[in-house]
Design a protein. Structure first.
Length: 85
């Protein structure tokens, strides 16, 4: 699954006043993917929907799982829509 690449890419990073180095050489940490960013922006709405459902506490784990799954389905749709442009 394509993740859209880094959500907030930078062309270079300066570390300890040394020469700029590629972000991608820094311990392989590229930060949040665009897919993750899209999911985090969609998640609050799905949490609100889950909370508004009026379910009991015993369903919270299922509702949280549902909200996360829906957020990533939405993120995947957003990535797909970018390909269509």
């Amino acid at each position: 699954m394509e993740d859209g690449g880094p959500a907030f890419p930078r062309s270079d990073v300066t570390v300890c006043d040394s020469e700029p180095v590629s972000e991608y050489t820094l311990k392989g940490n590229h930060g949040m993917s665009l897919r993750d960013w899209f999911a985090t922006t969609a998640l609050p709405e799905f949490i609100r929907i889950a909370n508004d459902s009026g379910s009991h506490d015993s369903d919270n784990q299922q509702l949280s799982k549902w909200a996360a799954e829906m957020a990533y389905l939405t993120a995947d749709a957003m990535l797909k829509a970018r390909e269509l442009k």
